[in-house]
Design a protein around this ligand. Structure first.
Ligand code: SAM
Length: 344
């Protein structure tokens, strides 16, 4: 059903708010970088105390505090600033669920590109579908691979535990987590399923970091690793579960179907393929974050990837030779969860 036009009679505030959203980004990044929320959690509450903690004048701290209050990141209780509960949970350094470094990393990486979106969309493609944003290119640099993978662990370990709670890994004996990154999903699943074994496949520079996380959790006996490029490296066989957790938005449908078809080699008959990735509603009305990822998947006229609907994911799996493909939301604002089986 078509969305109702709720803007009838509105003036320019809505458009102004959208156009000036970059100011929200800048303010949030500054507050994270200056550890404003961490200082508040640590007990500083007035502009003077927070200015001293951040090493700036109280007047400057007050301006940052005012903007953060206008953005509902903070509120004032009895003359002292306190974090809103989501800020307290996710943006206080040292907390178990802190993901400020991830937000900073991903925002700084992508921010400038949004300034030339119209040029990206109108440019004529030179036909080469890869650029510096492609996983295969920029993770060749060991330092970049470390930053990306550590940030990825921080951003996704919570999701790893959510998946381990909601998806029944106890049905499986040996899981091949293709493009498993830091290992956060494998680690969470192994912690909750004592007989599960996992092999993580990813690019060599990423595997080195995954090995550090696996060792930190004492899971070397149950999680092993193999370097490889899933576009060409032959898959080891004999698994009852194989997965792609969020690499495939960096690829186009023809590449995805080919890769999924080859991945059948990794599975025993009846084995399950699990995909978790950015997903769009079947009518393509949202959600907003996947819609933005999809839009940013065009650079200088080239397609660098695509965000697909649940129906499209199921179609790709069917074309690749799987049966019983079904999709549902994993995180309703962002990620879908799609499963299918290798025919028995
Ligand atoms: C967004 S990360 C996801 C990592 C992990 N699954 C997670 O969710 O935390 C994407 C990962 O896909 C890997 N990747 C992308 N293309 C790949 C390819 N062709 N072969 C192997 N790994 C690839 C990258 O190296 C990166 O670690």
């Amino acid at each position: 059903m078509a969305k109702a036009d709720f803007t009838l009679g509105m003036k320019t505030e809505r458009m102004t708010d959208i156009a000036l959203s970059f100011k929200k980004t800048g303010t949030l990044l500054a507050a994270i970088e200056m550890e404003l929320f961490s200082h508040i959690a640590g007990g500083a509450g007035t502009a003077a105390e927070l200015g001293a903690a951040m090493g700036i004048e109280a007047e400057k701290a007050d301006r940052l505090l005012t903007a953060c209050k206008a953005m509902d990141l903070l509120r004032e209780v009895d003359g002292r600033h306190v974090n809103m509960s989501d800020v307290e949970r996710y943006l206080v350094k040292g907390g178990r669920t802190y993901f400020g470094d991830y937000l900073t990393y991903i925002t700084r990486r992508d921010y400038a590109n949004w300034d030339h979106l119209a040029d990206d969309l109108t440019a004529v493609s030179d036909g080469d579908g890869r650029d510096e944003r492609s996983y295969l290119n920029y993770l060749q640099d060991p330092e970049e691979a470390r930053r990306f993978t550590v940030a990825g662990y921080e951003a996704s370990i919570g999701l790893g535990h959510k998946l381990a709670k909601e998806y029944d890994f106890s049905r499986f004996d040996h899981w091949l987590d293709i493009a498993g990154g830091s290992g956060c999903y494998a680690i969470a699943a192994c912690e909750r399923n004592p007989s599960l074994r996992v092999t993580i496949m990813d690019q060599p520079n990423v595997i080195l970091i995954a090995q550090e996380f696996i060792a930190k959790h004492g899971l070397q006996a149950r999680i092993d690793t193999m370097p490889g490029n899933f576009l060409e490296t032959p898959f080891p066989g004999g698994h009852d579960l194989a997965s792609y957790i969020t690499p495939l938005q960096g690829y186009m449908p023809d590449e995805i179907i080919a890769v999924l078809r080859r991945s059948l080699d990794a599975l025993k008959p009846g084995g399950e393929m699990l995909i978790v990735d950015y997903m769009l509603e079947d009518d393509k009305t949202g959600p907003l974050d996947p819609a933005f990822v999809n839009l940013a998947g065009v650079r200088r006229g080239r397609y660098l990837g695509r965000v697909n609907t649940g129906a499209e994911w199921c179609d790709f799996l069917g074309q690749a030779g799987y049966v019983n493909a079904v999709s549902r939301w994993f995180t309703p604002h962002q990620l879908g969860l799609i499963t299918a089986q290798k025919p028995g």
